[in-house]
Structures are given as C-alpha cells and as structure tokens.
Design a protein around this ligand. Structure first.
Ligand code: IMP
Ligand code: MG
Length: 172
C-alpha cells in the first residue's frame, strides 16, 4: 500500500520563504560573491532554488558527509564527496543543508571546512528541528523551524524515496 503523506509546508510557502532568504543573502553579502556548499543529496533541491533567486554571484560546490557517533561529539565525519581546498579557502562560504536535526553532521562539517580557512563560513538550512539537538548548533539562515516529525520531500528522503515531492510532508 502507498504511504500516506500529509503536507506540512506547501510549495508556494517554500517558494515565498526562499525568496525572502535570497534577499537576506543579497543584503548580507552585498558586493561579494558566495560559495554555496551544498550537502548532498538532500539539499540540492533547496540550494538550486535559492541560488536562482540570489542576485550576487554564486559558485556551486558539493559535499557528501556521513557522520558517525564516537567518543566526542565532533570530528567524526567522513567525506564521501569532498570539495577541493581552493574552492573554499579565502572564500565566503555558505553551507546549504536540508534539515538540521541533532546538529551532529553540521557541527562536524563546519569544523572540517573552517580548517580550510574560508573568509567566512555560515550555514543556511531549509528546515530546523530545533528541539532535536544533541549538540549545540545554530544555523545562520533558517527557512522553517519544525517539530520532531520525520519529514520528506523538497530533497528530503525516506530510504531514498520522496525527494522529488514539491512540498515538505510527513509520512503517516
Ligand atoms: P543531524 O543534524 O546530524 O542529525 O543530521 C541531519 C541529517 O539527517 C540531514 O541532513 C538528513 O539527511 C537527515 N534527517 C534528519 N531528519 C530528517 C527528516 O525528518 N527527514 C529526512 N532526513 C532527515
Ligand atoms: Mg542530509
């Protein structure tokens, strides 16, 4: 039987919020260019939509990180796809994520990328499940703060399914 998915955030609302975020990024990075460091696979839908609405020059780079828990909360990240050092060194880098959940992945990724000496390093996430944090982590640009439901769509998957839904939904 097909899974039932309830719409949590419809596509028009996502679109409107992306336009607001783009304006904010245009203001904050005025006169500069920005490297969108998109985390695969989930954030690529959001990153492309956002990049199309930002008017300053955007350079697209991609990483794919896999976090695992160890003794310390940070430093346990394996880069399955990595970005060359010269693509971030001395650049204004904005990590683009689909959702911040426990915060573990992004705090690891941020630490690793900051070791490559970007001029600045910030994080933009479509979704923030703020109440699910296991490590302290704050995004700089957040599309929507949501509860602790497992969500799919707009890049987010459930066993690789549902990434291409145009809205964010909850699997029932
Ligand atoms: P965390 O912040 O280290 O817990 O990991 C965030 C990652 O977990 C995201 O990049 C997603 O790949 C995945 N994730 C967390 N919550 C969800 C969800 O509700 N739906 C789909 N993927 C999720
Ligand atoms: Mg992800």
């Amino acid at each position: 039987m097909a899974d039932k998915i309830d719409v949590l955030i419809p596509d028009e609302k996502i679109d409107a919020r992306i336009r607001e975020l783009a304006k904010q990024i245009d203001r904050d990075y005025a006169g500069k260019s920005v490297v969108f460091l998109c985390t695969l696979k989930g954030a690529c839908f959001f990153a492309c939509e956002l990049a199309k609405r930002v008017t300053i020059p955007v350079f697209m780079e991609f990483i794919r990180a896999s976090s695992y828990s160890g003794k310390s909360s940070t430093g346990n990240v394996e880069m399955l796809v990595d970005v060359p050092v010269d693509a971030v060194e001395g650049k204004d880098v904005l990590i683009i994520e689909d959702v911040i959940d426990t915060g573990i992945t992004l705090s690891n990724v941020k630490e690793l990328i900051s070791g490559r000496n970007p001029a600045s390093l910030k994080v933009c996430s479509l979704l923030d499940k703020h109440e699910c944090r296991r490590v302290e982590f704050e995004g700089d640009y957040i599309g929507f703060t949501i509860g602790n439901d497992f969500v799919v769509g707009y890049g987010l998957d459930w066993d690789q399914k549902y990434r291409n839904l145009p809205y964010v939904g909850i699997v029932r």
